[in-house]
Design a protein around this ligand. Structure first.
Ligand code: NAD
Length: 374
């Protein structure tokens, strides 16, 4: 209850907040005018990539209070026709992968949400930035840290925001655990365990093609354990060790990791021990242990409901549609300069990419790889 109140209070406070984004004076002026007005400004989004997750996001946006799906970018004309009818999208807001740079002349679209295969995010986000639109990129933001940084740089140069689709950063039970940890309710944090995986099906899908995915389970699902270790522990790791096992080299070819166990070391001495796999089902568990208590979340990062308990009792925060809350919170971040409890900006994405780069290096060399996330 306590957190529900805080969550709602925060949501309404954010609408009143008068924070000024520093990156773009022109849009900052518009945003200030907007936050003065009674109705918070609506984020008008075009989705790029009308696949399975794009569809989930589109459905979730229908329940948003300040985000609207207004456009699409797709290579499949039949999908565009379906979405036009289903979501009442005007023809002038429909683009394909060749012509979407023309979105720069469309005043009815504020942001593009890139929900395509991982390796395409970089060029697509850079083109969105050059078109002067805010970019939201799905995780992983890119296939390595250098590409992620290039995306951050392009968005900064264009004066637009770059946000990463880290939906867990807005999930009420996750936020309650972070609140408890910050309040010292678990004492000094000593250990985190993150287990993330599922058995992947069709061997011909893009997720198993390194040119489109940039890697296997780690890029897709292991990233939740990486990102989760950081927000659950509340520190940035300084080193990583990692080990890979592959039981099916035919399905999981060179460049596609099947199962990786990895360990992250944090400045205070906390250790995270994690597993990322495409070869085990129902693997979605976080466990955090401190000198005064513990929390266990299972499921911890799936679409929900997120469930868990602490040594003090069950986690019972409201069940929400993650992507609905995420998109409305992103509207507040973009237009009101709201600072989320856990960042979702491009820099946050680059940190995870640096850790993934280091994990792959540790697998290859067998060495402990130092990290510099500052
Ligand atoms: P998907 O295969 O269902 O959809 C991908 C879409 O990209 C399709 O519409 C496809 O037509 C399009 N596409 C454009 N160019 C393509 C190309 N060259 N090859 C293949 N497809 C191409 O995949 P998805 O599950 O929707 O995943 C898309 C992105 O969303 C990935 O980056 C993934 O990691 C991310 N994702 C995030 C979450 C989350 O919970 N945040 C969940 C699922 C997927």
């Amino acid at each position: 209850m306590k957190t529900r109140r805080i969550f709602l209070q925060k949501a309404s406070l954010s609408a009143m907040a008068l924070a000024v984004p520093t990156f773009n004076p022109l849009s900052a002026m518009t945003d200030i005018m907007n936050t003065h007005s009674k109705d918070p400004k609506t984020l008008r989004v075009a989705i790029m990539g009308l696949g399975s997750y794009g569809t989930r996001v589109a459905e979730a946006i229908q329940k948003c209070t300040r985000t609207k799906l207004v456009g699409v970018i797709s290579g499949t004309p039949s999908k565009v026709e379906d979405w036009k009818v289903k979501y009442n999208i005007p023809a002038k807001n429909c683009y394909n992968y060749e012509n979407f740079d023309a979105i720069k002349d469309n005043p009815d679209i504020d942001a593009v949400y890139v929900i395509t295969p991982n390796a395409l995010h970089k060029d697509q986000v850079i083109r969105v930035a050059k078109a002067g639109k805010h970019a939201i990129s799905e995780k992983p933001m890119a296939v390595n840290a250098a590409d992620g940084q290039a995306m951050v740089d392009a968005c900064n140069a264009a004066g637009v925001q770059l946000l990463i689709g880290y939906r867990m950063h807005f999930e009420p039970n996750t936020l309650e655990v972070i609140r408890m940890r910050k309040a010292g309710e678990f004492g000094d944090i000593r250990f985190f365990q993150g287990l993330c995986g599922f058995v992947i099906g069709d061997p011909n899908q893009w997720r198993l093609n390194p040119e489109l995915s940039g890697g296997g389970a780690m890029m897709d699902i292991g990233i939740y354990a990486i990102n989760g270790s950081r927000y659950m522990i509340g520190e940035e790791p300084t080193w990583v060790t990692a080990q890979e096992t592959k039981t099916n080299p035919e399905k999981f070819k060179e460049g596609i990791d099947e199962t990786i166990t990895f360990q992250l070391g944090f400045p205070s001495g906390v250790i995270a021990s994690c597993l990322s796999t495409y070869n085990m089902n129902n693997l979605d568990r976080f466990y955090l242990n401190g000198s005064k208590g513990w929390v266990e979340m299972h499921p911890s990062t799936g679409y929900g409901p997120i469930k868990g308990r602490t040594d003090k009792g069950p986690l019972d925060e409201p069940i929400v549609t993650h992507q609905t809350v995420q998109m409305d919170e992103m509207a507040a971040i973009i237009f009101d300069g709201k600072k989320p409890e856990v960042p979702v900006n491009g820099e946050e994405g680059v940190k995870d990419m640096k850790i993934i780069d280091a994990i792959f290096k540790a697998v290859k060399t067998g060495e402990k790889v130092q990290l510099n996330l500052s």
